[in-house]
Design a protein around this ligand. Structure first.
Ligand code: ADE
Ligand code: ZN
Length: 336
């Protein structure tokens, strides 16, 4: 299977780890800011030309840019744009992560409604079928976590797929026990569970995500590679690792050779490939991420296609949608 530019572009893609906060073009934010009588700190084209090499600074910057989105209609526009943009590179299905702590101007029900409406509009206009998870910050309390789950249950829509956690684990230490009740409640309500772990935390964060939070998938998970026994467990149980190679090479690994992508694949881990924070990563596309994985991780065409199958199987959607995604992948392969 030769990895031509056409092969990567045309491959039907499925993405499970990308933050909606990192999908807002500078020009769109400039327009929203002007409506509020505000100005961006830099010209729109340069908005994301800032250092993203430290996770805490980066998360604080996310707070500052989300403030330019002033109305629920603008939030819908952000979601609609993400669906249309993703379709351009043949992403058939995408799950975005949205963390309500970045959006204090909106209530959780407002967020759920606005993002659902934006994704509905985007798909109706030919865009990607998008769903989203609502994400807790590591710094939140157990009560806040449970309150989020209660609101998710009360205001559920077909696009709201699950609960996640992101943020910087270095700031908080281990939080598995704190968030366990909320994760159990979300699971009981039928939501999918995904957890950022093994990025700003080491192997212990990965173990807590599985043992205490019952995560169905891990966002990143790459630092599990520091413990061979843990890698064996992940591979044996085929726990999906939503890996973001470009993001990790920017925020996590000083030395690219340290990235364990190849080792995880060779150990039989279930890997998906994702953008994480595209606007901050120089407008990263999923196609570029796959190209980087093929050169950097020496991934074959079969392996790249297999990542899409893994993502289809791990998606928080119904069996019918999964079957349609797998059929599209089989069709692509048959036409090669
Ligand atoms: N939120 C957005 N991007 C993130 C990342 N890479 N790690 C943790 N939280 C995030
Ligand atoms: Zn992430």
């Amino acid at each position: 299977m030769e990895i031509t530019p056409g092969f990567l572009k045309d491959m039907p893609k499925i993405e499970l780890h990308v933050h909606l906060e990192s999908m807002m073009p500078g020009e769109m934010l400039e327009r929203f800011a002007a409506r509020q009588g505000k100005q961006l700190p830099r010209p729109a084209k340069e908005l994301y030309h800032c250092s993203a090499d430290d996770l805490s600074n980066f998360l604080a910057f996310l707070d500052s840019i989300c403030a330019y989105v002033g109305t629920t209609e603008e939030l819908s526009e952000v979601a609609e744009h993400a669906a249309l943009e993703s379709q351009r590179e043949n992403i058939l299905y995408m799950e975005a992560i949205l963390n309500p702590t970045h959006w204090p101007q909106f209530t959780v029900p407002e967020i759920i409604q606005a993002v659902t409406a934006g994704f509905d509009r985007g798909q109706a206009a030919g865009g990607t079928d998008c769903r989203f998870t609502l994400s807790l910050s590591r710094t939140q309390t157990a009560e806040e976590a449970m309150e989020l789950v209660e609101q998710m249950k009360a205001h559920r829509t077909p696009r709201l797929a699950g609960l996640s956690i992101d943020g910087n684990e270095i700031l908080t230490g281990r939080t598995g026990e704190r968030f366990r009740p909320a994760f159990l409640a979300a699971k009981a309500a039928g939501f999918g569970l995904t957890v950022h772990a093994g990025e700003s935390s080491g192997p212990e964060g990965v173990r807590d995500a599985m043992d205490l939070l019952g995560a169905d998938r891990l966002d990143h998970g790459v630092r599990a590679a520091e413990e061979p026994e843990l890698v064996r467990r992940l591979a044996e149980n085929q726990v999906p690792l939503n890996i973001c190679l470009t993001s990790n090479l920017t925020l996590l690994y000083r030395c690219p050779e340290d990235h364990p992508l190849r080792r995880l694949l060779d150990a039989g881990a279930a890997v998906t490939l994702n953008r994480d924070d595209p606007t901050f990563l120089d407008g990263l596309t999923l196609t570029k991420e796959l190209r980087r994985a093929s050169s950097f991780g020496a991934m074959t065409g079969e392996e790249l296609l297999n990542c899409q199958r893994t993502a289809a199987c791990a998606a928080f959607c119904g069996e019918e949608t999964k079957a349609a995604l797998l059929a599209a992948l089989a069709d692509f392969e048959a036409r090669l």
